[in-house]
Design a protein around this ligand. Sequence first.
Ligand code: HEC
Length: 117
Amino acid sequence: MKILVVFTVLLLVFSSCLYKNEEDITGICDTSAVKYSTDIVRIMDENCNGCHSTDQHQGKVILDTYAQTVVHVKNGKLMGSILHKSGYDAMPKNAAKLDNCSIATLNAWIKAGYPNN
Ligand code: HEC
């Protein structure tokens, strides 16, 4: 019985990340070596920069430069809005929550000290 529970949990954890990261043909969400210049920029371009580019800057939020992105990492609003936490405006606005792999990728980058790599 215990084994079944453990197996189910593992299955859920892994399946939540399957087929989400477009760059990964194996279908596994790999957050071990996240890079700003590739992974983070791609997530922002695909989901956020239509409204948060230097030109658009809706809500005065700019997410197409490293320096401006870090401002919203440091004040907690980036993850607050992406995770739909109370007290933050849920992002992306009027769209579904980001997929688990994108969220995990952002989390890993922030935990690593948000390097400009
Ligand atoms: C369709 C346009 C649109 C998209 C797409 C969008 N945003 Fe926003 N965002 C806004 C607007 C407009 C605001 C100003 C607050 C409001 O009106 O909800 C905002 C506000 C924010 C804020 C400030 C939140 C706060 O609580 O003060 C952050 C951070 C943010 N967006 C991040 C993101 C991220 C990250 C993404 C992509 C995952 C994203 N946004 C996608 C339009 C958008």
